[in-house]
Structure formats: structure tokens, C-alpha cells
Design a protein around this ligand. Structure first.
Ligand SMILES: Nc1ncnc2c1ncn2[C@@H]1O[C@H](COP(=O)(O)OP(=O)(O)OP(=O)(O)O)[C@@H](O)[C@H]1O
Ligand SMILES: [Mg+2]
Length: 429
């Protein structure tokens, strides 16, 4: 506490020395109690607040209450411009709150922010070097108690409590104010970190959304090109090869080597055509429109496990139609991702797919009895550029208001579960 002037400590005038010292002791104890109560109230009010505005508003209100002040505000220091401006005020005009801003080192608040030390001014009208004395005199302000908001010695802003009465605040007040300022500083820093985290999470979500939308667009385009060009050409080629085989028979060509190559070419073309059709269906699952989600899942799962020696069991209700096309597509993509993992990684013999309405939720679960994996290793895998399938599924679920969880442990199989709340949804005819 250094920059402080003309402070008075109230004395019990006219009493015996003995009584006066007893009075002062009592008074000191009372003040100490009050200060502790004030500090612990501020700390309780601020604890767990992650929102900067809430921290500042509650911090200022609690402080004013304890200081019996009517007006004041909190200014934050912009890290780049090094300007201080009000973020919250009480009992000050809009004009004052908007126009009162200053550089670091300027005016009372600027000096407090620069030095990191509090200032108490009994009557600001006789104070030199004040920023905007016109605004101060318009508000009729006299006493100023201004303390820095510090976190780990770094000044983040200042809190000012003012009064129209000269000499309204005492030296004890400013000690208390400084303790509150220290707590507020830490809470402000925490809230700023939370805000930064929230903003980066939000940016990440937007990016994930864009990637998913772009991915769907791209898939549609590739499916269209494959369907309109590659698939048509292959169908034509297969027909031509078939025609050549028939012509060779009709013209009595019995060059076995020639006929063999022709037949193999025909077979390969038919095979490639089937494969391209499967890729198209994967990219743009039109069976969703034609069959609906439940049958599309059934058909897809059968097609993917066929010839791989995996048994698939279904426990799916004929769920009433609540879902929008993009929601159906997202759930279908989840099945594709999870089934892809089953055949790529699990060595499972059995897969259960269930899709049921449970209370107010739709629950889709894909469980296998394969080798499972350690969930803790996922972060590590992502650092190596793998493991984005599950992340993608989770993001897709978030986008449709669902949650996605993965359960797995080595030797115990894997379950991917999506839960979509039905609240707010109406049946679609
Ligand atoms: N059903 C499963 N059985 C065993 N291991 C699994 C299963 N599902 C996922 N895993 C493990 O989790 C990892 C991450 O899966 P994820 O789908 O996120 O990525 P990926 O399959 O490796 O790559 P991508 O899906 O992008 O092609 C897999 O590499 C695998 O080790
Ligand atoms: Mg995968």
C-alpha cells in the first residue's frame, strides 16, 4: 500500500486513553471480522464462475455492498492496445462508462494499472493528472478508491469505487478492496481462459461441421460421376463383351484361347461394375430413401459381413418416422463407420445391431465380440494421424443433437452407441 494520502482513522473523541484504546481494539477486531467475511463472500460468489461477465458483475456488486459504495466499475486492460476501458459499471452514466478510457499510465486508473498499486484519493477535484476531469465533475464524483486486478503479478484491469462524498473511504477500506481485487484478478484470468477455451471449442465444432458437410457434398459428387459415367461405361462394356461372346458362337469361332480371354474380360467387367455399384451405394446410400433407415441398416450390414464369416443379429424396432433425412444419414454413417471397424480391426465372430426407442430416446448400438482395444490409446493414435473414424462419428452425432459413446477393452469386444433424444421431435408422415 504505497500511493495513499491524507488518510484518517476514526478516533473515539473525548474518551479516556484507556477507553479509547479498548474501543480501538474492538473496532479493529470488528473490522477484521468484516473484512474476512467480505473476502470469503467474494470468494464464494466467484468460485466456479467460468463466465467473465458474471465474474465482473458479481465481483463489483459484492464489493459495492461491503464498501457501502453507490458507484464504481471494473476496467479491463486490452493486451494489445494497452488501453483500459470499462467492462461493467454501477451508478455511473452511460456516457461516463463509454467515454472514460485511458492508456496505461494515464489518469488514476492508468497509474494503478501501470504500477500495480492501489490509489486512494479523498477529493479528486484537487488531484492533478486526472483523465477526463469534465466527465468526473459531471458525475459529481469526489472520493476514488482504485485497486489493480492482478493474477500472478500481471495486471488485468482495475476496480474503482467512487463516492460523491469527499473522504468517504478509509485506509482500511483500501486494504480490503485490494484483497478483493486480488481474488477478482484470479477469477478474471480463469474466466478469460475459459472463454478462450470455449471459443476454440466453438471454432473446432464449426470446422468439424464444415468438414462433415463438405465430405457429404464430395461423396455425392463422386457418387454422381461414378454413376453417370464410370458405371454406364462399364455396363456398356459388359454388354459389348457379352455380344462378342455370342457373335463368336454364332460365327463358329472355336479359338479356345481367344474365347477364354473374352470370357474372362466379360467376368472382370461385370465384377468391376458390381464393385463400382457398391462404392456408389456406400457414398450415397439411396436405400435410405427407398427402404427407410431400419431396412437400410439391415441390408448394409448383411452385405458387409457376407463372405467374411461374421454373424450379424438385429434387434430393431420398426421405429416410427421421427428423423429428418440428414439425421437418418448421420445414423447410417455411424453404422457404416462402426461396421467398417468391425471388419477391419475386430476379428469378431458376432455383431449385434440394435435400434430401439427407449423412453424418450432412440438408441442405436453396434456391438461386437472381437478383440476390443484400449480407449486410452485413441489420443496417441490421433497424434499419428489415425483414429479419426470414431471422432467423426462423435462429431456427426453432436451435430444432430445426439451423443455417441464407445465402450471397449482388450478381449471384451467393442460397442458403439448413439443416443438421440426425441424431445421436440414430431412424427414425420
Ligand atoms: N470394433 C473394433 N474392434 C477393435 N478395435 C477397434 C474397433 N473399433 C475401433 N478400433 C480401434 O480403434 C482405432 C480407431 O478407430 P477409428 O475408426 O477411429 O479409426 P481407424 O479405423 O483406425 O481409421 P478410419 O476409421 O479413419 O479409417 C482403430 O484403429 C482400432 O485400433
Ligand atoms: Mg474406422
Amino acid at each position: 500500500m504505497t500511493e495513499e494520502k491524507g488518510k484518517r482513522i476514526p478516533e473515539a473523541a473525548g474518551e479516556e486513553t484507556h477507553d479509547a484504546s479498548a474501543y480501538l481494539k474492538e473496532e479493529a477486531l470488528r473490522n477484521e471480522d468484516n473484512s474476512l467475511i467480505a473476502i470469503s463472500r467474494v470468494s464464494a460468489a466467484l468460485s466456479g464462475l467460468g463466465n467473465l461477465d458474471a465474474v465482473l458483475n458479481i465481483g463489483l456488486d459484492t464489493t459495492l455492498e461491503f464498501m457501502e459504495g453507490k458507484a464504481g466499475g471494473i476496467m479491463l486492460l486490452d493486451e494489445e492496445s494497452r488501453f483500459l476501458s470499462y467492462r461493467v459499471t454501477r451508478g455511473l452514466s452511460d456516457r461516463y462508462s463509454k467515454e472514460m478510457h485511458m492508456k496505461l499510465g494515464e489518469g488514476v486508473a492508468g497509474r494503478v494499472a501501470q504500477s500495480g498499486k492501489p490509489i486512494l484519493i479523498d477529493d479528486i477535484s484537487s488531484e492533478p493528472g486526472v483523465a477526463r476531469p469534465d466527465l468526473i465533475s459531471l458525475e459529481g464524483l469526489k472520493t476514488f478508491a482504485c485497486v489493480p486486478l492482478k493474477a500472478k503479478e500481471k495486471v488485468l484491469g482495475v476496480m474503482t469505487i467512487t463516492s460523491q462524498k469527499p473522504g468517504h473511504f478509509t485506509r482500511k477500506n483500501i486494504y480490503l478492496l485490494q484483497s478483493i481485487g486480488d481474488q477478482l484478478g484470479t477469477a478474471v484470468e480463469q474466466a478469460k481462459l475459459y472463454e478462450r477455451l470455449r471459443r476454440s471449442r466453438e471454432r473446432y465444432r464449426q470446422l468439424a461441421r464444415r468438414i462433415i458437410v463438405a465430405q457429404e457434398e464430395e461423396r455425392k459428387k463422386i457418387a454422381r460421376d461414378l454413376h453417370d459415367e464410370t458405371s454406364q461405361i462399364l455396363a456398356g462394356l459388359a454388354l459389348n463383351l457379352q455380344a462378342l461372346i455370342e457373335m463368336a458362337g454364332a460365327r463358329g469361332i472355336d479359338d479356345q484361347q481367344f474365347l477364354e480371354i473374352l470370357k474372362r474380360s466379360h467376368n472382370s467387367t461385370v465384377q468391376i461394375h458390381t464393385e463400382v455399384s457398391r462404392i456408389i451405394a456406400d457414398l450415397r446410400p439411396t436405400q435410405l430413401d427407398t427402404l427407410g433407415l431400419v431396412s437400410a441398416i439391415r441390408q448394409y450390414a448383411h452385405s458387409i459381413v457376407a463372405s467374411r464369416g461374421i454373424e450379424v443379429e438385429f434387434d430393431m424396432d420398426a421405429i416410427e418416422k421421427y428423423l429428418l433425412p440428414e439425421e437418418e444419414l448421420s445414423l447410417f454413417r455411424l453404422v457404416q463407420g462402426a461396421m467398417g471397424n468391425v471388419i477391419q480391426h475386430s476379428n469378431a465372430k458376432n455383431v449385434d445391431i440394435s435400434f430401439k426407442q427407449k423412453d424418450d430416446n432412440l438408441v442405436l448400438a453396434i456391438s461386437d465380440d472381437g478383440k476390443g482395444f484400449e480407449l486410452e490409446k485413441l489420443a496417441e493414435m490421433r497424434e499419428r494421424g489415425r483414429g479419426y473414424g470414431l471422432l467423426n462419428m462423435k462429431e456427426r452425432m453432436v451435430l444432430i443433437g445426439a451423443t455417441c459413446s464407445v465402450q471397449s477393452s482388450p478381449g471384451k469386444g467393442t460397442t458403439v452407441r448413439a443416443v438421440l433424444p426425441l424431445s421436440g421431435k414430431t412424427k414425420i408422415n
